[in-house]
Design a protein around this ligand. Structure first.
Ligand SMILES: Nc1ncnc2c1ncn2[C@@H]1O[C@H](COP(=O)(O)OP(=O)(O)O)[C@@H](O)[C@H]1O
Ligand code: SF4
Ligand SMILES: [Mg+2]
Length: 351
């Protein structure tokens, strides 16, 4: 299929990820459908444990063992070809050709993802040498330019440093440089600023936006910060216990959230008794996300939902319904409301 502005760059279709542990199976991602268009930003939000990171890692085939893609497709539209990343061997050459080159990832914890025994120059330059066949010297020239581009004041010194010699903010910028080294078409950033101070957070997000404007990179950003979502998302996916419960353009999600979980998330950041500091986390909804090892027939949010309908929500899994062409949700209440007959003109006049 030829890439057109309407063709998504990436599509997740009914993606399922499981971790088969000795005592139980964790169903971390349960049938996720998402799409990302070239040059756009998709934000994934939801409380801890809802499957955001696992979804992101699955896209790169970087799941920690024993995690595996149990079902579904991850379709990557590469020029005239469509590749199903889900069907690739996580250790095989085809997926290594995509990683770094076509998709870059920024992890939450740079220290955990950078090698402690290699210099920044070696790590940031590795992808350029692997994918473009650059010599070490050629790669270094580009590494220095990139370190400068991500706002590091002294690229030469940073390049020859080992990770333990740098601050958290500097390391996160190095991670961004590494993720961008081969100019990937998709940048996946998993809570890239959570561990940083507010000023550095703002700088890193600005940097990502600037790079997107310059290079047209599509971004998947996982964040707890709805303020950031409002500012930079084109599209928002709200995840709860491994499912996307609401999905749509950022304006629709903020102006007209339809799923009770999205509504609760919105209220949690507007509560007056909770300090509204930038970067504040979504941990103010009563109750807890159930264990991802639990499988119930009904709606996963039923135990916390103020609108739950006994006998319905606890028994049947809600199907995704369209609110409009781009906005969808999975909730029995919304289906029931949509099925209510619209009041006739005469009735409406009497009412
Ligand atoms: N390596 C792992 N082994 C077992 N379970 C895991 C592993 N990684 C993630 N999980 C489980 O998968 C679920 C989704 O996790 P995650 O995607 O990290 O959530 P989020 O990023 O939304 O906070 C959680 O229940 C988590 O405990
Ligand atoms: S399906 Fe039922 S329990 Fe689930 S969010 Fe909708 S109203 Fe609440
Ligand atoms: Mg996570």
């Amino acid at each position: 299929m030829t890439q057109t502005p309407e063709t998504p760059l990436l599509e997740l279709r009914d993606l399922r990820v499981e971790f088969a542990l000795p005592t139980q199976t964790v169903h971390a991602v349960r049938g996720v459908n998402l799409s990302l268009e070239a040059g756009k930003t998709l934000c994934i939000v939801g409380e801890s444990g809802c499957g955001k990171s696992v979804t992101a890692r699955a896209i790169m085939q970087l799941l920690d063992p024993p995690g595996r893609i149990a079902a579904g497709q991850i379709l990557y539209h590469q020029d005239s070809a469509v590749l199903d990343v889900a069907a690739m061997d996580p250790r095989g050459k085809p997926v290594r050709a995509l990683r770094g080159r076509e998709m870059g990832m920024i992890f939450q914890e740079p220290m955990a993802s950078l090698s402690p025994v290699h210099t920044i120059a070696d790590q940031v330059g590795e992808g350029m040498r692997y994918h473009f066949g650059l010599t070490k010297k050629e790669a270094l020239t580009r590494v220095l330019a990139l370190l400068h581009q991500v706002g590091l004041a002294n690229p030469e010194r940073v390049a020859e440093s080992y990770p333990f010699q740098l601050s958290g903010g500097m390391l996160q910028r190095c991670m961004i440089a590494l993720a961008l080294a081969c100019q990937p078409r998709i940048l996946i950033a998993d809570e890239p600023t959570t561990a940083l101070d507010v000023t550095t957070q703002a700088q890193i997000l600005e940097l990502m936006q600037q790079l997107q404007a310059d290079t047209g990179t599509a971004i998947i950003l996982i964040t707890h910060d709805l303020g950031v979502v409002a500012e930079i998302a084109d599209t928002v996916a709200v995840m709860y216990l491994g499912e996307v419960v609401e999905y749509g353009p950022v304006t629709d999600i903020f102006a007209d959230p339809r799923h009770p979980y999205t509504q609760a998330l919105m209220k949690s950041v507007l509560r007056v008794d909770v300090p509204r500091v930038p970067g504040s986390r979504l941990e103010t909804i009563d109750g807890m996300v159930p264990s991802a090892a639990t499988v119930t027939p009904g709606c996963a949010f039923a135990s916390r939902c103020p609108e739950a309908m006994a006998g319905v929500c606890d028994r049947q899994r809600p199907q995704t319904m369209l609110i409009n062409q781009q906005h969808s949700t999975a909730c029995h209440r919304r289906v029931a409301e949509a099925q209510q007959p619209a009041p006739t003109a005469a009735y409406a006049r009497r009412a």
